[in-house]
Design a protein. Structure first.
Length: 471
């Protein structure tokens, strides 16, 4: 794959070589900055308890409490590789701290793989910049700090490993296909891997064209096709697909997909408005803003395909971003329109675009570009650290969600439950009553309120006052 330093191509003089490969001292400085930013961002990520769906997926799920139970569940369950990771940690007695540390380790590995992939596309420093943005952006917290976000982490590690292994001999390609199978065993969205491989092949040899890239990746398409058939053969997956179709027909779900992409793109900038439960209401149909948004996505994708030979890396970044969001933001309807962890693998594309922009500025104003990107990395790391504070308690996480979406009945019910469990009955009662006022049919809130002990109970550190003024 080519470097983005085109001025170094075909020129053997020392000046050109120095432009194509920055000094080792500069590389070490970026690595040190990256290590410091990673520690700053994630040092407090392992403090919190298990949260929300962690209980349904891990704590109250007997399928992951022993290897025998896991093995019996494989034929009728989903995501067996992911479930195995939970099982191994559960039987080891890891506890919340251990689960969080595992997620952090997998994220660190993913950052290294992102750097290796970026290094195939751009120069050393831009690759480091891209990996750093991927490493410390606050939107990654839902995938990293929320334990069940591990599905995105593990799937991405196997996904990227397969892409990096593919460019080699037959044995390495077999390992790459095995990585695809493991990725599918963590998350079904890995079915996009063959198309991602095509993008990598196009970035490596853009003049060969799309047809040649598809031809070279034929085995990957065969394995992915077999994987898809295996998924459809599972009664559990068929039930999930049937449920999705009952929610919304595929074409009717497209406006929700555009809404989801718009929300996720906005979270790249609105880093202090992240929420575990955005509570987006699926649109009834196409509105003017949604139609314009959908048209913009199609136009951007079309331009990236058309200009892949001229602006190879930028086109790769755009198409990678859209490809990673395609499974969860297109035809398949979901109960929740969007989750921020869906951005985890997609962020690579955004990070690469930022790295390209910084590299272009660096050629004209190196000192300004260096200061700007270093400042950005530090600010993002601080943003991640602040967001991780929300995950340190159940009440803190749901206070943040309810504050951002004060009409979200589920957020108030879950906030009430966090206070209920902590013995703060007065705050819990107020939260349940708010949930029922917002949604009178909220059966969970009604049942929780009925089971609430009399009296005010304890006073929690994070109480109702933490919500601030609500509309």
């Amino acid at each position: 794959m080519r470097l983005d330093h085109d001025d170094a191509a075909g020129n053997d003089d020392d000046a050109a070589l120095s432009r194509a490969r920055p000094p080792a001292r500069a590389d070490r400085a970026w690595v040190l900055l990256g290590a410091a930013a990673f520690v700053l961002a994630w040092a407090n990520a392992a403090r919190g308890p298990l949260q929300w769906d962690d209980y349904a997926v891990i704590v109250r799920n007997p399928r992951v409490h022993s290897l025998a139970d896991w093995a019996r569940a494989v034929p009728t369950g989903i995501r067996p590789v992911l479930a195995l990771s939970y099982t191994l940690q559960w039987i080891s007695g890891a506890g919340p701290f251990g689960f969080h540390c595992f997620n952090l380790a997998v994220h660190a590995l993913a950052v290294v793989l992102v750097w290796r992939l970026c290094l195939r596309l751009v120069g050393t420093v831009p690759a480091l910049v891209g990996a750093l943005i991927f490493a410390v952006h606050p939107v990654q917290t839902e995938a990293v700090t929320y334990v069940i976000g591990r599905s995105a982490l593990l799937s991405t590690v196997f996904y990227l490993s397969g892409l990096l292994l593919w460019s080699g001999d037959r044995r390495r390609r077999l390992l790459a296909l095995a990585a695809l199978v493991l990725a599918l065993g963590c998350k079904e969205t890995a079915i996009t891997w063959p198309m991602a491989l095509v993008l990598v092949e196009m970035a490596a040899a853009p003049t060969d064209g799309w047809r040649a890239a598809f031809r070279r990746t034929r085995p990957a398409w065969i394995v992915a096709g077999l994987g898809l058939l295996l998924l459809l053969a599972s009664q559990r997956y068929r039930d999930l697909l049937s449920f999705s179709l009952q929610l919304r027909a595929p074409l009717a779900n497209l406006p929700s997909g555009v809404q989801a992409i718009g929300y996720l793109v906005s979270r790249l900038v609105l880093i202090r408005r992240l929420s575990i439960d955005p509570a987006l209401v699926p649109p009834a149909g196409w509105s003017v803003p949604l139609a314009l948004g959908g048209a913009s996505i199609v136009v951007v994708a079309g331009l990236a395909v058309a200009l892949v030979r001229r602006w190879t890396v930028a086109a790769f970044a755009v198409l990678w971003f859209l490809l990673q969001l395609l499974p969860t933001a297109s035809l398949i309807a979901r109960t929740d329109v969007v989750s921020e962890r869906h951005l985890y693998p997609a962020l690579l594309g955004v990070a690469l675009l930022v790295a390209l922009a910084v590299d272009a500025i660096h050629r004209r104003a190196p000192r300004f570009a260096t200061v700007a990107i270093a400042t950005l990395i530090v600010l993002l790391a601080f943003g991640t650290r602040l967001r991780n504070r929300d995950y340190e308690t159940e009440a803190g996480l749901w206070v943040a969600a309810a504050r951002l979406a004060p009409t979200n009945s589920r957020a108030f019910n879950n906030l009430g439950w966090s206070w209920h469990r902590a013995g703060c009955f007065a705050d819990a009662r107020r939260a349940y009553e708010t949930a029922l006022r917002l949604q009178p049919g909220n059966a969970a809130a009604r049942g929780n309120l009925a089971g609430l002990p009399a009296g005010d109970g304890a006073t929690c550190t994070i109480g109702w006052d933490a919500l601030g003024p609500l509309p």
